[in-house]
Design a protein around this ligand. Structure first.
Ligand SMILES: *Cc1c(COP(=O)(O)O)cnc(C)c1O
Length: 372
C-alpha cells in the first residue's frame, strides 16, 4: 500500500510539550488554569483587537454559548450560511432557534449578501445571522456587516476554519458580536479538541465563562440560578494550543504554498480552485476544486481514483438545506437554483496537510490529471 496522503492532520512542534509539562509539574490538570488564561490572552493579542476570549471544549460549545449570548430563544429565526458543517446549525437548534438557510455567492463561496438582504425581507424579525468563513476564505464582510446593522441583527461569526485569514487586513474571528474559533484536530492549529468564544464585550465573555462552568454562583456552596454546562477547556489541552499558536503563520504559509502548487499543477484542467476576493488573505485551510459545468467528470470518480492511490479527498460540505435533518427549514436563494448545491455537486476538497511534501503533492496532482 502506498503512503497515505491525508486531508488535514495535526502538525506538532516542541513548545506544546513544554506547556503541557508545566501543567503536569504544577499538577494543574483541571479545566481552568494558567494555560487557559494565557491561551485566551495570546489568541486575543494575535487577533489584534481589544477582545476577550473564553477557551472551551469545542467550537461547537462556543457556537452554543454565542447563540445564548445573542439571546436566541425558542422560535427565534437565525439566518445561517447554507454551505457549512452541520455543527453551525446544530447549535441553533440546541436553543430552539429556527434556522433559515442563506445561499452562497460564487466569488468566495460564503453567504451571499444579496440573498441575506432577501432573507431579511422575508424574515424581518430575524434575531441573528450565523456567518461562516468557509474553508478559511473571508466572506464579503463589509456588505454583511452593513446588512446586519441595518436590520438590528446580532452577528455571530463562525470562524472555526478561518483563524489567521484576513479580510482587508482585519483578522477573521473579529467581525461578529460573538466570534467562534475551533481547535479541532483538523483545523489550522489544534488543542486536540477545543474552541474559543471571542468578543469585545467583557461582560458577555464573563457570562459565557459562567455558563461554561456549570453556572456556579459565587458562594461557598454550590448555588445555581441558571442551567449550566461543562464546557471549559482542560489546562493540558490549552497548553497544546499555546505551543501551536507560536507556529500559526508558518502553518498558513505552508497551506498557501499547497494551494499555489495545486493551482499551477491543475492549470490545464477544466477545474477552478476555491476562489477569494482581491485584498483578502485566506488561510487556505483546505484547497478545493470545482469541475467546470461543461466537463462530464464527476468529483466522486476523482475521489475514487485518489482513494485507489491511498489519497484522502472529500466532497465539499453538503449544503444544510439538502440535509435530511434540516429538510423542514426554509432557504433563500439569489439565483434560480441554489449556488451551494451547484458547488457541492462539482466540488472536491484536496489533501491540504502541511506535512505533505511537494513530491507527495505531485502524486495527488498526477492522479487527478489521469481522471480527465
Ligand atoms: C470544525 C467546525 C466547527 C466545529 O468545531 P468543533 O471544534 O469541531 O466543535 C464549526 N463550524 C465549522 C464551519 C467547522 O468547520
Amino acid at each position: 500500500m502506498k503512503q497515505p496522503i491525508l486531508l488535514s492532520t495535526p502538525t506538532m512542534h516542541t513548545e506544546e510539550q513544554c506547556y503541557i509539562r508545566e501543567a503536569f509539574e504544577k499538577n494543574w490538570i483541571a479545566p481552568l488554569g494558567f494555560n487557559c488564561d494565557s491561551f485566551e490572552e495570546e489568541v486575543c493579542r494575535y487577533l489584534g483587537q481589544p477582545l476577550h476570549g473564553v477557551s472551551l471544549v469545542s467550537g461547537t460549545a462556543a457556537l452554543h454559548l454565542a447563540l445564548k449570548l445573542a439571546g436566541v430563544k425558542r422560535g427565534d429565526i437565525v439566518l445561517c450560511s447554507d454551505l457549512t458543517f452541520a455543527a453551525t446549525v446544530n447549535a441553533v437548534l440546541y436553543e430552539g432557534g429556527i434556522p433559515v438557510f442563506v445561499d452562497s455567492e460564487r466569488d468566495t463561496w460564503n453567504m451571499d449578501p444579496v440573498a441575506l438582504e432577501k432573507a431579511f425581507e422575508r424574515y424581518p424579525q430575524a434575531k441573528a445571522v450565523m456567518l461562516v468563513q468557509l474553508y478559511g476564505t473571508p466572506a464579503k464582510m463589509d456588505d454583511i456587516l452593513a446588512i446586519c446593522r441595518a436590520h438590528g441583527a446580532v452577528l455571530i461569526e463562525d470562524a472555526a476554519e478561518a483563524l489567521s485569514a484576513t479580510y482587508r487586513g482585519q483578522q477573521c474571528g473579529t467581525f461578529g458580536d460573538y466570534n467562534v474559533l475551533s481547535f479541532n484536530g483538523n483545523k489550522i492549529i489544534t488543542t486536540s479538541g477545543g474552541g474559543m468564544l471571542v468578543t469585545k464585550d467583557k461582560a458577555a465573555r464573563d457570562k459565557a465563562f459562567f455558563w461554561a462552568t456549570q453556572s456556579r454562583e459565587n458562594e461557598y456552596w454550590y448555588e445555581h440560578k441558571e442551567v449550566g454546562y461543562n464546557y471549559r477547556l482542560s489546562n493540558v489541552c490549552a497548553g497544546i494550543g499555546r505551543g501551536q499558536l507560536l507556529h500559526i503563520e508558518e502553518h498558513k504559509a505552508a497551506k498557501k504554498a499547497i494551494y499555489e502548487r495545486y493551482k499551477a499543477g491543475l492549470a490545464d484542467l477544466p477545474v477552478q480552485m476555491n476562489p477569494y476576493a482581491d485584498g483578502d488573505e485566506p488561510n487556505f485551510w483546505l484547497s478545493c476544486i470545482t469541475i467546470d459545468p461543461s466537463c462530464a467528470v464527476d468529483p466522486i470518480s476523482v475521489l475514487e481514483a485518489l482513494r485507489e492511490e491511498n489519497i484522502e479527498s472529500r466532497p465539499l460540505w453538503k449544503p444544510m438545506h439538502l440535509q435530511p435533518v434540516f429538510a423542514q427549514y426554509d432557504m433563500v436563494y439569489t439565483e434560480e437554483a441554489a449556488v451551494s448545491a451547484d458547488l457541492f455537486r462539482r466540488g472536491l476538497c484536496l489533501p491540504s496537510d502541511i506535512k505533505m511534501s511537494a513530491s507527495e503533492q505531485q502524486r495527488v496532482i498526477d492522479c487527478i490529471k489521469s481522471c480527465f
